[in-house]
Ligand binder design. Sequence first.
Ligand code: PLP
Length: 365
Amino acid sequence: MKVPFLDLKRLNLDMESELTAAFQRVLHSGHYLLGEEGQRFENELALHEGVDHCVAVGSGLDALTLMLEATGIGAGDEVIVPSHTFIATWLAVSRLGARPVPVEPRPNTYNLDPHLIEDAITSRTVAIMPVHLYGQPAEMDRIGQIAERRGLAVLADAAQAVGARYLGQPLGTWAEASALSFYPGKNLGALGDGGAVITNDGQLAERLRSLRNYGSRAKYVHDEAGVNSRLDELQAAILREKLTRLSQATARRQEIAKRYLEGLGGLELALPEVAVGAEHVWHLFVVRSEDRDGLMGHLSTSGVQCLIHYPIPPHMQGAYRDAMVGPQPIAEMIAGSVVSLPMGPHLTDSQVDYVLEAIRDFTRR
Ligand SMILES: *Cc1c(COP(=O)(O)O)cnc(C)c1O
């Protein structure tokens, strides 16, 4: 049996008629940027995420960068980020001339450890940027309390966590603003790049609409130096179709995670823990093994495709060579031992069971 990590082609072809109709709709509209599809997508996504405003942009990285810029973050500022995350979280901060200040995660949930945040705050700190990593909400109540006490903004990287909730509330309501990504492999994936910022702050949303469109609120009037980062009508139309199936796809991810968790109990593997009050949307199902190379080799031979998210922490990347960030032992331990198992609505129960059997087979040897 072959078990692909993700099968985007299959998932997209399952919706071939809807996606083809969406393409036809845009083709025949004669309107390809900042039109009706984009507006409708923003409204539908805001509703889905339980917030008042959604501003769609060209990518998840742009969503992060513009979100920070729109709140006034710039040169000389410090932003608290997790030491264990996809590098985009850090790059958004650096791009504005601000400094990403890492805080280590909890090794069982992989999310920012609230206990460690206060030690990292200085007089230059302006915001905390939690990441809802692998689809699990960070501990937003405690992070929010610290931010309030210290007068900081909470701006979230929700690129992996569309549709997730924390303590029963939509994730978007736990931060001043949150950034989403529609990278094809994300839970809500386009057929190309895309991203969005969601927020309940109307002024922030207005600023974002200007920033993404050359700093312009009225045609050929430019009040500030913006960028060109607009989600095109074609991607918006495709994402509208995909959004109608998101809840169903998330429920399937949750079923698969349950099957993995039940099937892997008692083995010599560190399983992902779900924090109290967190509704995990399982963008990734990540385990840790002391013999990662052995496990991945065995799974690969068995036809099971696994990946590593992420093998090199941001502070050890060439991009941060000159940043003089100290060691981050938990992030380094995680980078050296994590394995992501196949996860997505493309998987059948028998494929999941086959993965479980292959892992048990490895741990018995
Ligand atoms: C995917 C991702 C991003 C960036 O999104 P792009 O759309 O690829 O630019 C940012 N942060 C995290 C945690 C991500 O997983």
